[in-house]
Design a protein around this ligand. Sequence first.
Ligand SMILES: Nc1ncnc2c1ncn2[C@@H]1O[C@H](COP(=O)(O)OP(=O)(O)O)[C@@H](O)[C@H]1O
Ligand SMILES: [Mg+2]
Length: 325
Amino acid sequence: MEIIKAENLTKDYGHNRGIFDVSFLVEKGEVFGFLGPNGAGKSTTIRHMMGFSKPQSGNIYMFGKESFKNYSEIMNSVGYLPGEIALPNSDNGQDFINVMKKLRHLKDKKMLNYLIDKFKFNPMLETKKMSLGDKRKLAIIVAFMHDPDVLVLDEPTSGLDPIMQQVFIDFIKEEKKRGKTIFLSSHIFNEVEETCDRIAIIKDGKIVSTFKTTNLKHNQNKTFDIVFKKQDDFNNFVEQIKKEKKIIELKEHNENNLTVKVLVNDTNINKLIEIISKFNVVEFNEDKLTLQEYFMNFYKEDKDFGGVPDERDNKGRKSHKRLQK
Ligand SMILES: Nc1ncnc2c1ncn2[C@@H]1O[C@H](COP(=O)(O)OP(=O)(O)O)[C@@H](O)[C@H]1O
Ligand SMILES: [Mg+2]
């Protein structure tokens, strides 16, 4: 079942700022990561998702309903954690929790108590004396105390210390196990890699890649580190690899320690092995691509190497949207 669906969502703020043709689908029970640096368009997308902003063109739906027209219904059923937290003037955390309890007509306090306990929040703390981390904890508590089925989290761990970041990641994993649907925006690679089933990378307002997290781990394009015993072998290998540049990319070679880094697609691995077998090799290891390295590919020039296969579009074609610099 489709829970969140964006179709060519566009909001142009001018000067290439905003979001452009953003499309994705989040199914029930999925944890979907929305990864991008500051200014990429994460919060803008989320504001449209929650129905706060009207798209210029394209559409965004929650539970099959257009977000902007169904704003109050969405606010009632979704747990939304905003990126920037502005607390109203209240004396302490408990006052704010009470206001939100009333607004939400909350009767069951099980989740509320669970969250206060899990995040070690002191509700009696004066709002004025709260650190950024305390404010974030309070925002987390009021966003999820009604135990919503869908969580929309805009950079949830910013402002939390590393221990609380891990507590939050555990919370996301627990909620996933309970069948919740989660949309998580972040610029932190490991929290996305650790929690998400699928990831979309957004850059300059455009989605540049959408893929399953497991595909990253079983990447078809592999990087290998090779160490040679003799200078001659190193030189000859480098020379031969340069001749195969259409299928094997020489990423690095260092004469001082006789190491080479190459990138090759699974389908061409035999060729690499054929060349390597002619030489005396001390080490031959796969250098597994991390999400961070994959992400960084979008900051380099467009090339045929270095990517995870993107998901197919709805016509069964492989979409290989790459950003040209
Ligand atoms: N209301 C607005 N008016 C004009 N520009 C905006 C507005 N909101 C966001 N932007 C611009 O749109 C881009 C995306 O912003 P945002 O969605 O907040 O990025 P992110 O959440 O990924 O850091 C940025 O360049 C930002 O300056
Ligand atoms: Mg933001």
